[in-house]
Design a protein. Structure first.
Length: 401
């Protein structure tokens, strides 16, 4: 099949869930093209190189400044004033048109029927497809991940997705929580299908549990240094645990706009030497840290701007390896971590709740730890196996209605 992926940015290191789909389709022999609104510079995932994926990417290069947007819009107006005004119709499509995505992406999506299927990631890109073509003979899908149902809706209004919901595009929320939300916003129930992201089980085989006693206890957090990851809550919890006499240290893998603030917090709480900021690492090195860690923590929460998590891939990877996990009742996390069964959950944005949950894990009997580890592996194998999920998506793409 000829498949088009429509994404916001590429190649984004934090979006391995999209890359896993792309490589899965390539492995199955499909002809894949990627349309990205913008390019991300810097480190890239090894699969981007090994699959020569950059050769398959077309960049729209949507400008960020209003000055550049004005210039681009003016150029389009002189070429085709009628179509430009149609694609800048605020009354029909809302403030989203002022991003210029519909106007600038139109030349790449003018004839969507030349593809057997189009897979968009994030609601904004599904909205883009629907604005440019409300109905198509092509099977079209859009994945909703998290912020596209929270921060994006807060920014553009609860009616922003009406053109998408009125189109024939199938809605694929990545969790039950997200499915509930898209229906509340107006999605037609018969076109909503929950489809999880997943991980390659061959790349994340189970490993023996690391000890939680007899020396320094290594906690690990993998994620961008942003507000919704709750890293400040994790740092405060480490300070609390050390004050109680627990020899814990926390390694944080990732980078982001909260880096300086978090460094300052660690120093202010007197745990600067016990909090290790590693930055971005290759997947191979991340795996090494996961294997050595005693407990993986994921204290996600809703950010002030409404941004929230879906189901973090880093949790899937840790659970696939059978690691002990402490996370929060947030977003889609309770759909992969069941409290007391394959991990522990704490109330989000609550330092004492996270501290207590980590403390409970540290004092847990070995038989219970092994029980959770086995259940963690099985949960991912049953529900978050990317090979199975990609096959299901390919089957959906191949259906002719």
């Amino acid at each position: 099949m000829k498949i088009l992926f429509v994404v916001s940015s590429f190649p984004a290191l934090s979006e391995t869930f999209i890359l896993n789909q792309i490589t899965g389709f390539l492995d199955a022999g499909h002809d894949v093209t990627i349309l990205a609104m913008s390019k991300v510079d810097g480190k890239v995932h090894p699969d981007v190189t090994s699959y020569n994926i950059m050769e398959k990417v077309v960049f729209v290069n949507v400008p960020k400044s209003w000055g550049q947007k004005f210039v681009r819009a003016t150029q389009h107006f002189f070429k085709n004033p009628t179509r430009t005004l149609q694609l800048l119709n605020y009354w029909r499509y809302g403030k989203f048109v002022f991003s210029l995505r519909p106007l600038l992406a139109e030349k790449y999506l003018r004839d969507q029927s030349k593809y057997d299927a189009i897979i968009a990631h994030y609601g904004s890109n599904g909205l883009l497809l629907s604005i440019l073509e409300a109905a198509s003979t092509t099977n079209r899908f859009v994945f909703f991940h998290g912020n596209d149902l929270t921060g994006f809706v807060t920014r553009f209004g609860s009616a922003i997705y009406q053109p998408l919901f009125k189109s024939d595009i199938k809605i694929l929320p990545i969790s039950r929580l997200h499915a509930k939300r898209v229906k509340e916003l107006g999605a037609v129930k018969s076109r909503v299908y929950i489809h999880h992201m997943g991980v390659d089980l061959k790349k994340f085989p189970p490993v023996p549990l690391s000890p939680c006693g007899g020396g320094t206890v290594q906690l690990l957090l993998v994620g961008r240094l942003t507000e919704k990851k709750g890293i400040d809550i994790a740092i405060s919890s480490v300070a609390n645990l050390r004050a109680k006499g627990y020899p814990v240290e926390l390694t944080i893998i990732g980078d982001g706009d909260k880096k300086q603030v978090l460094h300052a917090q660690a120093e202010a709480l007197g745990v600067k030497e016990q909090i290790h900021f590693i930055g971005w690492l290759t997947q191979t090195k991340v795996d090494q840290f996961i294997q050595k860690a005693s407990i993986i923590i994921q204290p996600s929460r809703v950010a002030e701007n409404g941004d929230s998590e879906g189901i973090p891939v880093s949790l899937m990877e840790a659970l696939a390896k059978g690691k002990l996990v402490v996370a929060t009742y947030h977003g889609g996390i309770p759909e992969i971590v069941e409290h007391g069964y394959n991990g522990l959950l704490a109330v989000e944005n609550d330092v004492m709740a996270l501290t207590t949950s980590i403390e409970s894990m540290l004092g847990m009997a070995e038989v219970k730890r092994q029980y959770m580890s086995r259940n963690a592996v099985q949960k991912v194998a049953d529900t978050f196996n990317v090979v199975t999920l990609n096959k299901e998506l390919m089957d959906m793409c191949a259906i002719k209605e």
